[in-house]
Write a protein that binds this ligand. Structure first.
Ligand SMILES: *Cc1c(COP(=O)(O)O)cnc(C)c1O
Length: 388
């Protein structure tokens, strides 16, 4: 039988398996030493002072919003070209969501559109408290521009770097929070590093890290300095705010820690495959990802935009021919504001035309470290055939 080539897939080796087995045979399945070790390895890699591991990036985004005090009456702005979690985190906090249209070349939130929208919002007295730039496909946003706007207009920046562990921007590593308050990673199996399910928040600010750690575990503190009352004894803890159980298990952290040893290798192979896709697709009626200056993307996704005027096929026809041939293409993303839940909040088709136009033309091709050159050739050959 012909092998189905997925669009993304985890890369698990014998060391990863051993690391998880070692946890199973140890004293700690949760709240042990593996989580702290994994946090340290990600913090060190990125150059961030603090890292807090949680059970998903969705939880990480929620905690990041809570840590900066996002709540009722506040606004969070993000890109419409993202997974719904980048926006939902505001709604969990009782805040409201709005979007900023994308740059038609990088598919990231457009800093010029952001500036224009901020100027209008300032006049209306409705500036956002938080902006969430999403490093789409693993390509860092124009963070210097966004950081300058955050200083001018006074909002917090939470980077949704779910696609971008291992990416570089100017002289910095994504996750180092050199241009933001907090950065979030996802460790879902299709992402670059996996823990099965998992996420992490990074920050350079100690007080934010302390809040994140407390919120991850019910809002409980065991530190007498944070308590409202006197300690009643060695067993004593206090719940001082409303938190959650968003903890990562030791099994997940051991897998993540083991995966971190190969992060550079994963990203190098992804970059190699992305370069080769660009070469193989040259001259076809489609647009390959455009790299902005001063970035080295981690390439979580490789998206092509079909030139629908040129080819006499719809995106759906091309998509379905590839799927029928065993090529696991996908589409990233349905613009969040067009989801029924967001339409019910008042958003309309046409609100963010660049993201909507991009969505009509986009197809994500398979990209993961174990994708063989021959398989990549097959993907390109099948795509050519499908567009003919
Ligand atoms: C995957 C993803 C998330 C959510 O990650 P989970 O770990 O599955 O909760 C959030 N934002 C973006 C951009 C993602 O790709």
């Amino acid at each position: 039988m012909k092998r189905f080539i997925p669009y993304g897939r985890q890369a698990i080796d014998a060391n990863d398996v051993q690391a998880v087995i070692a946890v199973l045979e140890s004293d700690w399945l949760t709240q042990g030493p593996a989580v702290a070790r994994f946090e340290q390895s990600v913090a060190d890699y990125c150059g961030a002072a603090h890292a807090v591991a949680v059970n998903s990036a969705t939880s990480a985004l929620h905690l990041a919003c809570r840590a900066v005090g996002l709540g009722p009456g506040d606004w969070l702005w993000t890109s419409p070209n993202t997974f719904v979690a980048s926006a939902n985190c505001a709604l969990y906090c009782g805040a409201q969501v709005d979007f900023v249209d994308i740059d038609p070349l990088t598919y990231n939130l457009c800093p010029t559109a952001l500036e224009r929208k901020l100027e209008v919002a300032e006049r209306a007295g409705r500036l956002p408290k938080v902006v969430v730039p999403v490093h789409f496909a693993g390509q860092p946003c124009d963070m210097a521009a966004i950081a300058a706007l955050s200083r001018r207009f006074g909002f917090f920046v939470i980077e949704d770097a779910s696609h971008a562990i291992g990416a570089r921007y100017r002289q910095t590593t994504t996750g180092g929070c050199n241009y933001s308050d907090l950065t979030v990673f996802s460790f879902h199996p299709v992402k670059i590093v996996t823990t099965g399910e998992g996420g992490m928040v990074l920050t350079n600010r100690g007080e934010l890290a302390e809040t994140l750690e407390r919120l991850r575990s019910h809002g409980i503190t065991r530190d007498p300095r944070s308590m409202v009352g006197e300690s009643q004894g060695p067993w004593y803890y206090e719940q001082i705010e409303l938190g959650y159980n968003y903890r990562m298990t030791e099994l997940q952290a051991a897998l993540g820690g083991s995966q971190m040893a190969r992060l550079d290798e994963f990203v190098e192979r992804r970059r190699q495959l992305a370069r080769r896709y660009c070469e193989l697709l040259e001259g076809l009626p489609l647009q390959v990802p455009q790299q902005a200056g001063e970035v080295d993307p981690a390439w979580h996704l490789f998206v092509v935009r079909l030139d629908l005027h040129h080819i006499r096929r719809s995106r759906r026809e091309v998509f379905e021919s590839l799927r029928a041939a065993g090529i696991g293409v996908n589409v990233h993303y349905i613009p969040v504001h067009t989801q029924p839940y967001y339409r019910a909040l008042g958003f309309r088709a046409g609100d963010f035309p660049e993201a909507e136009q991009y969505y009509r033309e986009a197809i994500s091709l398979p990209l993961f470290p174990a994708l063989a050159d021959a398989e990549q050739g097959l993907v390109v050959g099948t795509l050519k055939e499908a567009m003919r």
